[in-house]
Design a protein around this ligand. Structure first.
Ligand SMILES: [Zn+2]
Length: 393
């Protein structure tokens, strides 16, 4: 995506102002006072976004991390909401346009496509999203690319630029053409995510999502949207991911959807790893051993799960379970991983007690995974594995 021709240098004074306003909002104890701080903070953040000044915003977020209470959350909420949603005035009404993301959890024995979405597929996807996910009052436009996570906008300013381009597409009743040559290449991994990105527009204050219009409980309404999107939307996604099993998660506003997909992908990758090993090595899950080990950097950072066949010491495949925000040693993550491994039919599960290093391969950067002795090893599929194009080294 195009960058600003110049970046305005900004000093600490501006950063201080953002943090001060966020502190005000976080420490307010009434809606009446919130409204004041919110308005001030929104005006300040909008200013930086309009100046393409991600640097000042990021610096303020860093500083807010060290501040009292919920200052960071207050600032991050405002920054995210102004980057993904905007209100504009048309001749007849003020309209709200919001960036959304429809995540797809996916695995494959070969390279998972990150590709241009053909016109007919765009039309089908827009119809299904319109019917099951968005309200009857909403207009939407989609970007014509099936994004890998690394290809998504990298900054608040870029997110806002994408929102603006999609808003223009909605006005012109078309979809957004993405120049794929400007995007990073998608990594070749067994289990990943793909994203459909678009914008939804409603008259400001009108329902945006289908579940805002339903009369059942909100949770039930959301669930029925998801069920319909999975079946009808799934049929529209299928041609884009031929040969790759996938699962759709609930489309939501951009930042929330990306975060939820990150969380969902941890559980998904466990079942996907077992299915993958069954597909490429013809090993039934009951013959697999999974070894769970906590890896430590500055504290416990992630669990790595190594897979081996039977009692073998070699690791044939592995998957990572990163910890997020407030998860730590005392979060019952291991139990959750064990439950998922059992549900996938894995025969033997070993939980290592020792602290393992966050080790990577010097040659290719691939993470190492623990075997039953707690050794960190490079995963290698058996030589007779049927990978059909999966890249090995
Ligand atoms: Zn390597």
């Amino acid at each position: 995506m195009p960058r600003a021709p110049f970046r305005r240098k900004s000093g600490t004074r501006e950063t201080n102002q953002l943090v001060r306003l966020a502190e005000g909002l976080a420490s307010s104890r009434s809606r009446a006072e919130d409204i004041f701080w919110e308005r001030e903070l929104e005006a300040a953040v909008s200013h930086y976004l309009e100046q393409n000044d991600d640097e000042s915003i990021n610096r303020a977020l860093d500083r807010a991390h060290d501040s009292e209470d919920d200052t960071f959350d207050a600032l991050a909420d405002v920054v995210e909401s102004l980057s993904e949603s905007m209100v504009t005035q048309t001749d007849v009404a003020s309209v709200r346009t919001t960036l959304f993301c429809a995540p797809i959890l996916v695995w494959g024995r070969g390279q998972i496509p990150a590709r241009q979405i053909p016109k007919q597929s765009l039309v089908n996807l827009a119809v299904q999203l319109g019917a099951h996910v968005f309200s009857s009052k909403a207009s939407i436009a989609l970007a014509d690319h099936l994004f890998a996570p690394d290809q998504l906008p990298h900054s608040y300013v870029e997110s806002r630029e994408m929102l603006t381009s999609l808003a223009q597409a909605i006005r012109e009743r078309t979809h957004l053409t993405v120049d794929a040559s400007t995007l990073e290449e998608a990594p070749d991994v067994v289990c990943d995510m793909r994203m459909i990105i678009g914008a939804v527009q409603v008259t400001d204050g009108s329902p945006m999502f289908a579940w805002e219009e339903m009369t059942t409980s909100v949770e039930e309404a959301r669930q029925s949207s998801l069920t319909a999107w999975r079946s009808q939307g799934g049929a529209a996604v299928q041609p884009l991911l031929v040969g790759c099993p996938f699962e759709l998660t609930l489309p939501r506003t951009f930042f929330a959807a990306c975060r939820e997909a990150d969380l969902g992908s941890r559980a998904y990758s466990i079942g996907a790893s077992v299915s993958y090993l069954e597909a490429v090595t013809a090993t039934p899950p009951s013959k697999l051993t999974a070894i769970i080990g906590g890896c430590w950097g500055n504290g416990l950072e992630e669990y790595r799960i190594g897979f081996s066949v039977g009692d073998d010491d070699e690791i044939v495949h592995g998957t990572i379970w990163p910890l997020v925000s407030d998860e730590a040693e005392d979060t019952p993550v291991v139990e959750e991983i064990e439950t998922l491994l059992k549900a996938a039919g894995v025969g033997q599960i070993v939980v290592l007690e020792e602290r393992l290093p966050l080790e990577f391969c010097d040659d290719c950067g691939a993470p190492h995974f623990p075997n039953r002795d707690g050794e960190m090893l490079h995963a290698h599929l058996p030589e007779d594995a049927d990978t059909r194009g999966v890249q090995l080294h």
